[in-house]
Structures are given as structure tokens and as C-alpha cells.
Design a protein around this ligand. Structure first.
Ligand code: ADP
Length: 493
């Protein structure tokens, strides 16, 4: 049973908008309810920004970029130092931030403490360290040696709009803030309407770290109003978005008239491929992580489990047993492994897919709500699935996995690629050449061999096909937040 603590063990300190270094109410004075997904109760009323607030934030970000100290007086090394300072403050307040994230998102405290927060700190420090290491090139050009000098500079883009989802709120903010700020851009973040609290707290810490006014702005609000205004604003030069591909299609179209640069990190239906020669027990644990980590609300979830026919029944039995052992319940209980889905809307969407699945395949475990309060869904496994079924093709974004059998390496590769998505894939085998053949065959931005969901701020992440374009993390993220300027110098007398 769900045993949510009567009082949340963390205080909400910030619910306003951060514009030009000030915490302000929205121009309209409107607020919206922020809900605790483990109980359905209201946690706080959050300021609801719209086009008017976005406009003020863009003006502030533009001033900070064009006229403020950010671009002209602060060196890349100093930008790095500010990011290091923010990382330190996040680390010092990690317990509080983890609790805030758990309260707002419904994910277990063990995950926010041991996964989200350490990755946030690592990401801030990685890009802090990179800030003063971004270099241009000297280009050997046509002409007599010594007659022309040609070099490149890597410069910030300008005002960047950043729109993030609710599944890893603070981590998604760190992935976007850190490279953008390291490169000297100014930013306006729109957090997901379901989960603004941790990002707002991080905004407070950024102010404490000493980021100048206007460099970091946060405007809470809904996608159709605040998000839309950010995407269409002529003062914004880049949009970085993480979310559903259908939203990205709309954003791409809306960003087109002002020719904004875009990077998109979208969804997936990632194949997790288990060969008969794998260490089956490890593969089962990998499938649990791939399917159910973060309540399955993971863009790179291994939600299509492809299993070689000869081990199908053995694997499925062990996988089912492991799924049934997962501890669901109060997200604040340190032993809880699976918490609540983020919202009523998401819960309903998952249950709708489960109903569809029950009509087309066999549900061997789960397939129903857990408890009678909050938005909990039992780990759910479907077998008897073929890759053409709706539950094998569409992203469910919940603790629901389909098992599709395959015959051999070629069959596994073909099924893996038979999807519109291409975010991630994994392969479990003891045969190194088979593993690399699959890694080469699969059209996805990340391939895990005998592991799942491993992340590092230094390793680029992003999608092929409908899973997005551009890369976050690693040095690639710097490219996504910079322009290249070529300078020609005539050295002839
Ligand atoms: P979900 O449906 O799972 O919430 P979305 O892709 O709709 O995923 O949401 C991701 C982020 O995109 C959220 O911050 C949301 O507010 C924002 N968003 C939604 N619609 C739009 C839009 N039309 N323009 C800009 N941002 C949007």
C-alpha cells in the first residue's frame, strides 16, 4: 500500500518567475496548482507565465547578452568558475533538492539522491571545466605562405530558449544550462508545468552563485502559452527542447519563420536485445533497469525487449519474477524502487495503452494500478507481441514493456531498426563480435553493450530519426550552443 508521509519532508522556497535576477509574479498575476503525484494533493501555487513574461525575460536575456557584463567583461574562465560555484551549492543542498524532486515528480528518493543529483553536479562541473577550453582553429588557406592568415572563433549564439519535460526536471535543466552558460549564451528556461520546483530552487542557487541578472531566466507556465511564446519570439536565437516528437514537430514549424537554431532530444521505443549466449541473470537486471527505472518515464527506456527465441521462456519467467519483486510505494521511503507516475494525465495515458495491449497481446504481470491513492502503475510485461502492434510501435512512457522474440542476429537488427525512433539500444551477449555487429547495425544515438542507462556528462547523448537532432552532453553540446566565425587577415604589405 501507498504510505505517503502526511507531511512532505521538504519546504518549497520558490514559486515565482526569475526574470533579470529578480523573483517576480507573472504579469497577469495568475498561478497554477502544483500537484504531488503520490497523493494527488496540491503542493503549492506556482506563478503562471505567458507571452508577456516571456517578452520581459527575452529583453533581460538580450540586454545581458548584448550590453551586460556576460559577453563583454566576463572571461570564459570566470564563467566556468560561476558554474563550479553553482555545482558546489547544488552539492551542499543535494538532500533538499533530491527531496524537492521526489515531492514534485513522484520518483523514489533513492533515485533522486543517487542518480539525479550526482548527475546534475557532474554535468555542471564537466561544462565548468570545458568553459575555458573551447578553441578555434588556424586554417591553411590558398595563397603564398604568409600572405593570408585565416582563423576561426567559436562564439555564443545569443539568447537561448530551453524547454524541458518533467521526467528528470533538474537533470534536464543542468544538461541545458551548463553548456549554454559555459559558451557564454544567456538563457530562458521554461520548466515543465508538472515539475517546476527543483528548477526554481536551482535558480535561487544560481543567484547565490553570482550569475549576473538576465543571464539565467526561468518562466514557469504551460506549453501552449509560455512555451509557444518562447519558440516564436524574434529575440530568441535558439530553442533546445526535450519532450515528445509531436511537440517538436510543432516547435520546429513555429521556430521556422525566425530561423532559430534547434536541438531536439525526443522519445524512443528503444530495443533492448537479449541473445541466448548472454549472462541471463545480468540481462534480466538490465531489462528491469531498462523497462522500469524512473517508472518507465525515460526517453531511452528499453521498452521493446527483443529476446532470442531459444531463451525466450526462461528469460521471460525470470524477468517476470524480478518485476514482481519491485518495491512500489511511498517515494520518500528509502527502500522504494518505483514511485508514482508524474500526473493524472500520464497515468491515464499509460492505462489506455495497457488496455490496448490486453486486446492485442498477453499481459503476464501488472497491467493495473497499484494502491488506491496517487498515480502508481504496477510493472507491466506483455508477451506474444509482434513488432507491428501499437504497443510495440508507440512510446508509452510508463512501466510497460513488450517482449518480441527474434531468430538470429540479422532478425534482431531488422526488428531493432523497424521503428520511427532511434534514441538508444542495448545488446546482451558474451560474443564480442556479435555485440559490435549490432552496435553498427542499429540506427540509434546510444548503444549499450551488457549495460543499460549508463550516463556520463562527457558522453554525447541524442537521437537518430524521430528521436531528435543535435547532441547534448560531451563536447558536442558546445557545438550546439555556439557559432563558428571565420576571420581572414590579409598579411600582404
Ligand atoms: P508531455 O506531453 O509528456 O508533457 P511535451 O512534449 O508536451 O511532453 O512537453 C515537454 C515540454 O514542452 C513541457 O515543458 C511543455 O510545457 C512544453 N510544450 C508543450 N507544448 C508546447 C508548445 N506548443 N510550444 C512550446 N513548448 C511546448
Amino acid at each position: 500500500m501507498v504510505t505517503t508521509a502526511p507531511e512532505a519532508p521538504v519546504k518549497v522556497t520558490q514559486t515565482k518567475l526569475l526574470i533579470n535576477g529578480e523573483w517576480v509574479d507573472s504579469q497577469s498575476g495568475k498561478t497554477f496548482d502544483n500537484i504531488n503525484p503520490a497523493t494527488g494533493d496540491v503542493i503549492a501555487q506556482v506563478a503562471e507565465g505567458d507571452a508577456a513574461d516571456i517578452d520581459l525575460a527575452v529583453q533581460a536575456a538580450k540586454r545581458a547578452f548584448d550590453e551586460g557584463p556576460w559577453r563583454t567583461k566576463i572571461s570564459p574562465r570566470k564563467r566556468g568558475q560561476l558554474l563550479f560555484k553553482l555545482a558546489d551549492l547544488v552539492e551542499q543542498n543535494a538532500q533538499e533538492l533530491a527531496a524537492l524532486e521526489t515531492l514534485d515528480n513522484g520518483k523514489p528518493i533513492s533515485e533522486t539522491t543517487h542518480a539525479d543529483l550526482p548527475l546534475v553536479v557532474q554535468c555542471l562541473r564537466y561544462f565548468a571545466g570545458l568553459a575555458d577550453k573551447v578553441q578555434g582553429d588556424v586554417i591553411p588557406v590558398e595563397g603564398k605562405p604568409g600572405s593570408m592568415f585565416c582563423y576561426t572563433l567559436r562564439e555564443p549564439i545569443g539568447v537561448c530558449g530551453q524547454i524541458i519535460p518533467w521526467n528528470f526536471p533538474m537533470l534536464m535543466a543542468a544538461w541545458k544550462w551548463a553548456p549554454a552558460l559555459a559558451m557564454g549564451n544567456t538563457i530562458i528556461m521554461k520548466p515543465a508545468e508538472q515539475t517546476p520546483l527543483s528548477v526554481l530552487r536551482m535558480g535561487e542557487l544560481a543567484m547565490e552563485a553570482g550569475f549576473p541578472p538576465g543571464v539565467i531566466n526561468i518562466v514557469n507556465g504551460f506549453g501552449e502559452t509560455a512555451g509557444d511564446a518562447l519558440v516564436k519570439h524574434p529575440g530568441v536565437e535558439k530553442i533546445a527542447f526535450t519532450g515528445e516528437y509531436k511537440t517538436a514537430q510543432l516547435i520546429m514549424a513555429n521556430a521556422a519563420p525566425t530561423l532559430k537554431r534547434t536541438t531536439f532530444e525526443l522519445g524512443g521505443k528503444s530495443p533492448n536485445i537479449v541473445f541466448a549466449d548472454a549472462d541471463i541473470d545480468r540481462a534480466v537486471q538490465g531489462a528491469i533497469a531498462g523497462s522500469f527505472f524512473n517508472q518507465g518515464e525515460v526517453c531511452c527506456a528499453g521498452s521493446r525487449l527483443l529476446v532470442e527465441q531459444s531463451v525466450h521462456d526462461e528469460f521471460v519467467e525470470k524477468f517476470k519474477q524480478a518485476a514482481e519483486k519491485r518495491r512500489l510505494g511511498d517515494p520518500f521511503d528509502p527502500k522504494t524502487e518505483q514511485g508514482a507516475q508524474v500526473s493524472r494525465e500520464q497515468f491515464d495515458k499509460i492505462m489506455k495503452y495497457i488496455d490496448i495491449g490486453k486486446k492485442e497481446a498477453t499481459c503476464i504481470t501488472g497491467g493495473e494500478r497499484f494502491g488506491d491513492k496517487g498515480f502508481f502503475v504496477k510493472p507491466t510485461i506483455f508477451t506474444g507481441v509482434n513488432n507491428d502492434m501499437q504497443i510495440a510501435r508507440e512510446e508509452i512512457f510508463g512501466p510497460v514493456v513488450v517482449v518480441v522474440p527474434f531468430k538470429d542476429v540479422a532478425d534482431a537488427g531488422a526488428i531493432a531498426n523497424d521503428t520511427i525512433f532511434g534514441l538508444a539500444a542495448a545488446v546482451w551477449t558474451r560474443d564480442i563480435s556479435k555485440a559490435h555487429r549490432i552496435a553498427n547495425t542499429v540506427r540509434a544515438g546510444t548503444v549499450w553493450i551488457n549495460c543499460y542507462n549508463t550516463f556520463d556528462a562527457a558522453a554525447p547523448f541524442g537521437g537518430y530519426k524521430y528521436s531528435g537532432h543535435g547532441r547534448e552532453l560531451g563536447k558536442d553540446a558546445i557545438n550546439a550552443y555556439s557559432e563558428v566565425k571565420t576571420v581572414w587577415v590579409n598579411l600582404k604589405g
